[in-house]
Each structure stands twice: as structure tokens, then as C-alpha cells.
Design a protein around this ligand. Structure first.
Ligand SMILES: [Fe+2]
Ligand SMILES: [Fe+2]
Length: 148
């Protein structure tokens, strides 16, 4: 049982690393973006960064709640100045976590009893993260169409 929890915490920490990456990606590009729409995009990226800060906190709290130590590290991300490149990469980042979280839910369903309260809690939590990132993907795709 202990090992299963340890591996769950490790997986959640790799998810948390991605959330830190998203936070830093949006925050960085709020300043780096250039072009005619840079003011609007700065505002949008700062809003996204604020959302990611909530995700970072939520994953960190979840890991602490499970008895683990949350990471403060993030992954490498490429740096752009062109709005289309920034948004296309943001779409890639968001789509990546949507598929990660869908995979997590599948693993949790396979490994835990349906009545396990931790498992159910985690599932709902991940579903909300999927919804958040998926909404971002749709919004970003709509936005990038106008910029092409
Ligand atoms: Fe996020
Ligand atoms: Fe994100």
C-alpha cells in the first residue's frame, strides 16, 4: 500500500513540475511577446499565469495532503517573441497535460478500489484540471486563428 502511495506522489510531483512550467511559460511570455497585439496578449498571459499559480498550489496541497513533499522545480521551455509561436507552444503544453491527466485517471481507476476516498478525490481533482486546460486549448486555438 505504501509503495502505491509513493508512486502516486511521484507521479503527482511530475504533474506539479508541468504546472510550474506552465506558470513560468506564461509569465515569461507576458513580457517577451511582441507585435501589434502585445498589450492584450500580455494581459491574457498574466491571467493564464494566475490560473497556473492556482494549479501549482492545488497540486502542492494535494501532495502535502497525501504525506509527500511538493517539488518547486519546473521543466525547460523554449522562449519565443512571436505571438503565434507562443500560443502554438502553449496549446502543445495544455494538450500534453490534458492527456497526462486522462492517463492518471485511467491508472487510478485500475489500481484503486472504487470506494477509496483518496482515489475519488483525486479523480475529481484531475477532472477539474482537464477541464481547465481543455478550455484553455479551445480559447488559444480560437485566438491563434485570428493572428495567422
Ligand atoms: Fe495548469
Ligand atoms: Fe496550463
Amino acid at each position: 500500500m505504501k509503495n502505491m502511495l509513493d508512486s502516486l506522489i511521484a507521479t503527482l510531483n511530475s504533474d506539479l513540475r508541468n504546472e510550474w512550467t506552465h506558470l513560468r511559460f506564461y509569465l515569461y511570455h507576458a513580457s517577451a511577446v511582441v507585435g501589434l497585439h502585445c498589450s492584450e496578449l500580455k494581459e491574457l498571459f498574466l491571467e493564464e499565469a494566475a490560473g497556473e499559480m492556482k494549479h501549482v498550489t492545488a497540486f502542492s496541497d494535494m501532495i502535502v495532503g497525501l504525506g509527500g513533499v511538493p517539488t518547486d522545480e519546473s521543466n525547460f521551455f523554449p522562449k519565443f517573441t512571436d505571438p503565434v509561436e507562443i500560443i502554438n507552444h502553449a496549446i502543445k503544453l495544455e494538450e500534453e497535460v490534458v492527456s497526462n491527466y486522462a492517463q492518471r485517471i485511467k491508472e487510478i481507476r485500475e489500481e484503486y478500489e472504487i470506494t477509496d476516498p483518496n482515489a475519488k478525490w483525486l479523480e475529481i481533482f484531475l477532472e477539474e484540471q482537464i477541464q481547465n486546460s481543455r478550455e484553455d486549448v479551445d480559447h488559444l486555438k480560437q485566438l491563434v486563428k485570428g493572428l495567422n
